[in-house]
Design a protein around this ligand. Structure first.
Ligand code: BG6
Length: 495
């Protein structure tokens, strides 16, 4: 790996940079994955000085550095340039700074560009990087782009064609921070390193797959963005479909980026386009209303800051996808995501087929749960005999859970992902073919919703979404395996 590099961040004054990027760069620096031969150029419109930028860096890594000295030493690698992305002159200045720092830090021409701003500027930035010879063919040149990658197939295609004017697909790293999460990567181990799962991971043994991304937070200060996006584009187009592709793919020939990508792309290309009827019945949208949880009042989405009081944007989306592959044809992949749900949790439930009853006893299906966050781990529900004279069955749950992120054992997703980019490893990034296929599917659902082909349901804050999302599973003789709101209801904590 070459850790000699100049990282240029567009959007350096933004929230993401402060909360995620600077701490991640610091961890890489501390673990020796970034050597002394690195510098960061932060750009944004605000007229900051280097000294002020350094103080922001020190603030953003508070609690991570062993001493103030170490924090300031790290921050000394940071440079700032006030930048208007449309102004050609600013790129000329940027080129000068880049050349100067390449010399000073002996970075051998290696460059990493991080676009962490509104996607409408991505094309302009890429164009100028080329025309002003900042991208000059010396050293490695890689581009990291934050989500959202477009807002539809059309806008994503336009954006992509602008980027490939300057960078090849191999140089473009489209971030999906879920792919940097430890437990998502653990799925490869669970699936392929266990005989008991490897052999039954198919339509003959699996009844359905459930993917839940629940958030208890509301839309917070992001109303301006979110009200134009909604849950489907914000979470499903990227995170949920990426996760689905890892759950549904065939075993890659090796653990290489090429082999894994090839298998993932096959899944994306086999996603079944829903018919008009299926669009009506297999997808549910909802918006949170006010609610009380644990004695605390929460306001409705439409009353949130920067949200249209008559907004039709969904804050909850659920649906049923099918993958037309030999392995999984006919198996429903249910997903749901929402803001202001009962509690924060991302998990996958694999429900195996039910066995016929034995000795007159009904048999519950085996369920493998993969806990992605906030706790990490897995559990397996199996059937055992209840203690006593009679033969009756009881479900036993084998549970392994850790809070690895809290204990610092798991790298932060951004740390892992930047590390991968430095290693030129694009396994955990979204390939254009994947993004294109996912938009084609999401566009169809969006179009049906925009034309009001199915209702926008309301759900009380603190619940697991509208009733329609439960009814949707009932049609497939299934039920959501994770229902935390029952726990709250039984204790009268939910209104
Ligand atoms: C982001 C979405 O991609 O993922 C946010 O834009 C969402 O709306 C976030 O809150 C969830 O990420 P995590 O890692 O906190 O589960």
């Amino acid at each position: 790996m070459s850790s000699k590099v100049i990282v240029t961040i567009f959007g350096a004054s933004g929230d993401l940079a402060k909360r995620k990027l600077y701490p991640s760069l610091f961890r890489l620096y501390k673990s020796g994955n970034l050597s002394e031969h690195f510098a960061v150029i932060g750009t944004a419109r605000r007229p900051w000085s280097k000294a002020y930028f350094e103080s922001i860096i020190v603030e953003s890594i508070e609690g991570l550095a062993a001493s103030q000295e170490e924090a300031w030493e790290f921050a000394s690698h940071f440079y700032y340039q006030s930048h208007d992305v449309n102004d050609k002159e600013h790129y000329v200045e940027l080129k000068k700074l880049q050349t100067e720092l390449t010399e000073k830090y002996q970075t051998e021409g290696n460059k990493l560009f991080f676009l962490s701003m509104a996607p409408e500027f991505f094309g302009t930035i890429a164009k100028h990087l080329k025309s002003e010879h900042i991208v000059d063919g010396n050293g490695f040149e890689r581009l990291i782009v934050e989500k959202p990658f477009g807002t539809s197939l059309k806008t994503a295609s336009k954006l992509n064609s602008e980027l490939v004017e300057t960078f090849d697909e191999e140089q473009i790293f489209r971030i999906d921070h879920y792919l940097g999460k430890e437990m998502i990567q653990n799925i490869f181990a669970i699936r392929f390193a266990n005989l008991i799962f490897d052999q039954v991971w198919n339509k003959d043994f699996i009844d359905n797959v459930q993917i839940t991304f629940a958030e208890s937070i509301g839309v917070e200060e992001r109303g301006g963005y979110y009200d134009h996006s909604g849950a489907l584009k914000d979470m499903i187009q990227n995170h949920a479909l990426q996760l689905l592709s890892i759950l549904a793919m065939d075993k890659p020939e090796s653990f290489s980026k090429e082999a894994i990508r090839a298998e993932k792309i096959k899944v994306f290309q086999s996603l079944v386009q829903p018919s008009d009827e299926e669009l009506k019945h297999n997808f549910v949208r909802g918006q949170y209303a006010a609610g009380i949880i644990d004695g605390r009042d929460y306001i409705a989405y439409r009353d949130e800051f920067n949200v249209d009081p008559e907004s039709q944007t969904e804050t909850f989306a659920a649906g049923t996808f099918f993958v037309d592959s030999e392995r999984f044809i006919g198996v429903p992949f249910f997903f749901r995501t929402g803001k202001r749900m009962t509690e924060k949790g991302t998990r996958v439930n694999i429900t195996f087929k039910k066995m016929p009853s034995i000795f007159g006893e009904e048999v519950a299906p085996n369920i493998l749960t993969i806990y992605i966050q906030p706790t990490e781990g897995f559990s397996l529900k199996i059937n055992g005999k209840e203690v006593g004279e009679r033969f009756s069955l009881a479900q036993i749950s084998y549970d392994y859970r850790t809070d690895a992120t809290a204990s610092g054992a798991s790298p932060e997703p951004y740390e892992k992902l930047i590390f991968d980019v430095l290693n030129n490893d694009s396994t955990n990034f979204s390939h254009w073919d994947e993004v294109r296929a996912s938009w084609a599917l999401i566009d169809r659902i969006e179009e049906a919703w925009a034309n009001n082909k199915s209702p926008l349901h309301s759900y009380a804050s603190g619940t697991m979404g509208p009733q329609a999302a439960f009814d949707m599973l009932a049609k497939f003789n299934a039920k959501w395996q994770w229902e935390p709101d029952n726990w709250y209801r039984e204790r009268d904590l939910l209104k």
